[in-house]
Design a binder for this molecule. Structure first.
Ligand code: ZN
Length: 190
């Protein structure tokens, strides 16, 4: 019974991707409820997935970001792309990411393409090992420090429907209340 359910679930995720007009995707903004959708596991590593990944890189660069998750283009999939150095040969793809080891703590300013103009100090693990698949479905593990560790955590949060707005300290929440409110009003009127 559980196997049958799992198959249906995965098929619905893939049908969703088949129905998406990939060229017209844009980065969605807080508080769009699609940012809150936990991602479904990606099971098909085909041209549709590759086209989506290419589009996500395009949107990430256009927004001057170093990472972008599927939720940020409105899709509930476990997938993110990143380029921590913005060098041509540093494009990274993480499908079905899992953080398997976290150590130390580091606090730094963080922004998000779905929360424009927000910059908040967030405490994260300093060193993180991620397990994921590449665009062809090959499993790999990678350990990142500093910015890369932060990207792993920020983007994996997105794939689980979590935002930096949820990780802000109470003081940062008060300091940024107005900005969040403005985003909420913009969204409500769009
Ligand atoms: Zn983000």
């Amino acid at each position: 019974m559980w196997d049958t359910l799992a198959v249906c679930y995965n098929e619905s995720a893939m049908n969703l991707l088949d129905a998406v007009d990939i060229p017209s995707l844009t980065i969605i903004k807080y508080p769009d409820p699609r940012l809150r959708m936990p991602g479904e596991t990606v099971t098909q590593f085909d041209e549709r997935l590759h086209a989506l990944i290419e589009k996500m890189f395009e949107l990430m660069y256009k927004g001057n970001g170093v990472g972008l998750a599927a939720q940020q283009v409105g899709l509930p999939l476990r997938l993110f792309v990143a380029n921590p150095t913005l060098a041509d040969d540093d494009e990274r793809v993480y499908v079905n990411p899992e953080l398997i080891e976290l150590s130390g703590t580091a606090e730094a300013e963080e922004g998000c393409l779905s929360l424009p103009n927000l910059s908040v100090s967030i405490k994260r693990a300093a060193v993180v090992t991620i397990r994921a698949m590449d665009a062809e479905g090959n499993v790999f593990e990678e350990t990142g420090e500093d910015l890369l560790a932060r990207i792993f955590q920020h983007e994996t949060d997105h794939t689980e429907g979590r935002l930096i707005a949820d990780r802000m300290s109470p003081i940062a929440k008060i300091a940024n209340r107005r900005l969040l409110k403005e985003l909420e009003e913009t969204f409500a009127s769009s």
